[in-house]
Design a protein around this ligand. Structure first.
Ligand SMILES: Nc1ncnc2c1ncn2[C@@H]1O[C@H](COP(=O)(O)OP(=O)(O)OP(=O)(O)O)[C@@H](O)[C@H]1O
Length: 221
């Protein structure tokens, strides 16, 4: 069970203010969508929630807490179980789908047998069990999105931050991935999905709308 809370969270790139300080909270078991036009600040908000910015890359104000503990940096976020699926997936093109999932599990100290079990389970969940040996570069954009989500699911995140993770999917796979994200929430994760897609946003519990970096409020669905 995990609760995500941000207070006064803001992001600027030099003179460019990407996110004006905002508060948000996502309880365990809930899904929040972050919506807004291109450039509204959705990715910047998710990166700040994951404490993923290098200090030189952006100036971030405010605090992020998971279960009451302030996250100081990216390592602390990882230890708290915060997993970011970035907009461009963050996969290495030269690894296979299964290696993409296995490597971070082994790096975290998950025993090999359990890690391999999670690889199979998560690729099956996203409908890519038959593509496990394919290199990421040999997969379509939508298949790569599903591998990136499978990798996140295998990590059993406490907080799952998914950035446009359904944007390249056909309707059937979008449905499958939205159901999988809901399962993550049902398992106890706090889930945040940045999306342009009103149908995906409608499947979440609440929506935070951004406009030029400003929150225009949270609407319960
Ligand atoms: N590394 C960067 N350096 C400077 N400005 C940036 C950087 N990244 C983003 N920005 C600016 O910050 C603002 C918010 O960008 P961000 O990518 O967070 O928006 P977004 O809502 O995710 O957009 P999209 O829907 O197109 O992905 C934009 O004005 C963008 O140009």
């Amino acid at each position: 069970m995990s609760e995500l809370r941000a207070a006064g969270l803001g992001v600027a790139y030099g003179e460019t203010v990407a996110v004006r300080p905002l508060d948000l909270h996502v309880d365990s078991g809930r899904m929040l969508s972050v919506t807004g036009p291109s450039g509204a600040g959705k990715s910047s908000l998710l990166w700040a929630l994951a404490c993923a910015f290098r200090p030189a890359a952006a100036s971030v104000t405010g605090t992020v807490r998971v279960d009451g503990s302030v996250l100081k940096d990216r390592d602390a976020a990882a230890r708290a179980g915060v997993v970011l699926v970035p907009q461009r997936n963050g996969l290495s093109g030269t690894l296979s789908a299964e290696e993409s999932i296995l490597v971070p599990l082994l790096a975290l100290g998950v025993p090999a047998r359990e890690a391999l079990r999670r690889v199979d389970e998560s690729l099956t969940r996203v409908g890519l069990a038959d593509s496990s040996r394919h290199l990421v570069d040999q997969l379509s954009g939508g298949q790569q999105q599903r591998v990136a989500l499978a990798r996140a699911f295998a990590l059993r995140p406490a907080v799952l931050l998914a950035d446009e993770s359904t944007s390249d999917l056909d309707a059937g796979n979008r449905e499958l991935m939205m159901a999988a994200l809901r399962e993550e929430a049902d398992r106890g994760a706090a889930v945040v999905l940045a999306t342009h897609d009103p149908e995906a946003a409608a499947r979440t519990d609440a929506t935070l709308a951004l406009d030029e970096g400003e929150s225009t409020g949270v609407r319960e669905m």
